[in-house]
Design a protein around this ligand. Structure first.
Ligand SMILES: [Fe+2]
Length: 184
């Protein structure tokens, strides 16, 4: 299956020691984005294949080279294009995946973007809210923040993300959001 080829390529890149997000990134972030993005996609009736491919590839430039983090949406779209051409995907699909990656950095609202872009961008924000252990690890170990700065950074992330989520995304994780917010 074509998606499996991409998934295993991304997982392999994540497991390399050069991955600045750590080897946990695949399981704790990319697989979570895929899970929530495809759930949302079923609710919103989008194209699951596009959403899965974009979920796996949306941060790929920063996995390969952490220094690209500030422009990783643009750089990851370029990487994705190269990888997907190489694996024989058709150009219409590649364009749709690229748009999801380019526009994933804030949760997009209904009717302002394609369904697939909405799913991936909202799932990216969800993944931070529902996984405090990885994102606090990221704040401490990857960003080298001290205890209070890490805690405030994370609290700020979950608040900003929660406010921006579309309604069906909020409904999906409301319980987890309340629990995490209270526990941090
Ligand atoms: Fe991400």
């Amino acid at each position: 299956m074509m998606i499996e080829t991409i998934r295993s390529y991304v997982e392999e890149q994540c497991n390399k020691k050069e991955n600045g997000f750590s080897k946990y990134f695949y399981e704790e972030h990319l697989a979570q984005v895929k899970k929530y993005a495809t759930e949302l996609c079923q609710i919103l009736h989008g194209d699951i294949e596009i959403v899965e491919l974009a979920s796996y590839l949306h941060d790929i430039s920063a996995v390969i080279d952490y220094k690209t983090l500030s422009t990783h949406n643009i750089d990851s779209a370029k990487y994705a294009e190269e990888i997907l051409i190489d694996k024989g995907f058709d150009s219409a699909k590649i364009e749709k995946v690229k748009s999801c990656i380019l526009n994933h950095t804030v949760p997009l609202q209904i009717n302002t973007a394609s369904i697939e872009e909405i799913c991936v961008s909202n799932a990216d924000a969800i993944s931070q809210i529902v996984n405090p252990s990885y994102w606090l690890f990221f704040a401490f170990n990857v960003r080298s923040l001290n205890y209070l700065d890490a805690k405030n950074w994370y609290l700020n992330r979950i608040e900003t993300n929660w406010i921006a989520l579309i309604e069906p995304a909020k409904q999906m994780i409301e319980n987890k959001y309340r629990i995490v917010k209270e526990a941090i």
